[in-house]
Design a protein around this ligand. Structure first.
Ligand code: FE2
Ligand code: FE2
Length: 245
């Protein structure tokens, strides 16, 4: 990579992180999910022997993996009950929508990020979507993101369930090694379990801190708006009294 392409990859990374935050902001329960997937994916890629450049590309794809949810109605993403067949098909379109959204950005397309986004819900045994690709036919980045995505989703709350503990989530992924997930990726995850657990823990702490900060701002806004309302009512009453006299 020359210095120009390093600079543009850096800009793409920053923009990917910002788009990931935008998609996570659609649902209060998924805040920082894309960031978690990006961070876990980079650890797994490096552990599987990839160099820093391909690991960084997979990290960027992690930030962007669910960007296609922009094209899925919010009420389906936040629905508490189970989805009917038609709704499920709509939600399952998000990988194609995401790949289509990203395809005009040449560097992203050339780095293979569109394919990683398109195939992040494929399963190692061929039972995933959108194409039902199997084994090594699924790009490695997408196989890595699939495991990182599941771990982050299981350890995070959703509108319809409480979070699983880290060990329970990891055990679930180990149980699905060779069926849902690439066994090499699962081995890398279990070899890096402590690091991944620490990353999730520190992101969670940051999340709580940010939530406290935004709650404080909201409270201040609420207080100042109720003061403004009281002032308005007072002035309104004075105005009425003056016009009566
Ligand atoms: Fe990042
Ligand atoms: Fe997804």
């Amino acid at each position: 990579m020359n210095s120009d392409s390093i600079k543009s990859m850096r800009a793409i990374h920053q923009f990917a992180e910002s788009l990931g935050k935008a998609i996570d902001a659609k649902d209060a329960y998924t805040e920082s999910h894309s960031l978690e997937v990006a961070e876990i994916s980079r650890i797994l890629a490096l552990s599987l022997g990839l160099g820093t450049e391909p690991a960084d590309i997979i990290h960027i794809a992690g930030h962007l993996h669910d960007i296609g949810k922009i094209g899925v109605p919010d009420h389906l993403l936040n629905k508490r009950g189970s989805l009917n067949e038609e709704e499920r098909l709509l939600v399952r379109r998000h990988p194609q929508i995401g790949a289509a959204i990203l395809s005009p950005v040449q560097e992203i397309a050339a780095a293979g990020i569109c394919e990683m986004v398109l195939y992040h819900h494929e399963r190692y045994d061929g039972q995933g979507y959108p194409l039902g690709l199997k084994g090594d036919d699924i790009p490695l980045g997408a196989r890595i993101i699939a495991a990182a995505d599941s771990l982050s989703a299981m350890t995070g709350s959703r509108s319809y369930r409480l979070p699983k503990g880290f060990d329970a989530a990891l055990n679930e992924i180990l149980r699905c090694s060779g069926t849902q997930f690439d066994p090499h990726v699962v081995n890398a995850l279990s070899a890096n379990a402590d690091r991944v657990r620490n990353i999730l823990f520190s992101l969670n702490r940051r999340k709580k801190h940010e939530r406290k900060f935004s709650d404080r701002i909201e409270n201040q806004q609420r207080r100042s708006s109720s003061e403004a309302q009281r002032r308005f009512r007072r002035e309104f009453r004075v105005g009425i009294a003056q016009s009566d006299s």
